[in-house]
Design a protein around this ligand. Structure first.
Ligand SMILES: Cc1cc2nc3c(=O)[nH]c(=O)nc-3n(C[C@H](O)[C@H](O)[C@H](O)COP(=O)(O)O)c2cc1C
Length: 195
């Protein structure tokens, strides 16, 4: 028998762990961010949800720019730290070595295997958060994190967060290829249909 889970916010789908980079009053600021999704195929766009109380929210509203940084598993401690303290009270600008691409207010973390610079194109005002929809301006990586020119998850070694247990997880074993694992079932069901 199915039971209703008491708190509607508690579901255990994993989120990709990232670090949001912004410019807060001219200085780099960083915060742990999990609420991120791709929202458009072409041009490539993504969306992030940021709480209105966070300094990062004011920073994005001010500059219209941000970066998404994908940390690897060996960056768990510093990633979590960026989510424990606010740029309103603590200067987080010296935590990472940064570099800049085309955008002046999207500091990217050199140590993160994948970094993405983004320019906000639309905002959706929600009760406690703002959903910032942004164009992906550029994605940066290094040869050592790529296979055949594409980011390789086994080299990037990203991690994910689950709630309500508030746990970080490394990516586990591969269990199949997407757009492929369902092909034999598709064939089988088609044959049954045709029969
Ligand atoms: C693991 C983790 C994930 C988080 N994900 C988000 C998120 O997706 N959106 C958000 O608004 N806050 C999120 N937070 C909270 C912010 O990171 C936290 O409030 C941070 O201190 C804000 O920093 P700032 O005030 O310098 O922007 C997360 C915190 C942690 C620890």
């Amino acid at each position: 028998m199915k039971e209703i889970v008491e708190q509607k916010s508690l579901f255990c789908l994993p989120w990709a762990q990232t670090i949001l980079g912004t410019h807060l009053e001219g200085k780099a600021n960083f915060m742990a961010l999990d609420w991120l999704t791709r929202v458009n195929f072409s041009p490539p766009m993504l969306g992030i949800c940021v709480n209105k109380n966070n300094a990062s929210h004011a920073a994005i509203a001010d500059t219209g720019e941000f970066s998404i940084n994908v940390p690897s598993v060996d960056m768990v401690e510093v990633t979590d730290y960026t989510g424990l303290v606010s740029g309103k009270r603590v200067d987080k600008s010296g935590l990472f070595e940064v570099f800049y691409g085309e955008l002046k207010s999207a500091p990217m973390i050199t140590d993160c295997p994948i970094t993405i610079e983004c320019r906000v194109s639309q905002t959706v005002d929600l009760p406690t958060n703002t959903f910032f929809i942004a164009d992906i301006v550029n994605i940066y990586s290094e040869e050592r994190f790529l296979t055949d020119g594409k980011p390789d998850v086994t080299k990037v070694r990203p991690f994910v967060l689950t709630m309500p247990d508030n746990t970080f997880w490394a990516i586990g074993e591969s269990i199949g290829k997407a757009w492929n694992a369902g092909k034999s079932l598709r064939k089988q069901l088609k044959q049954e249909d045709d029969a």
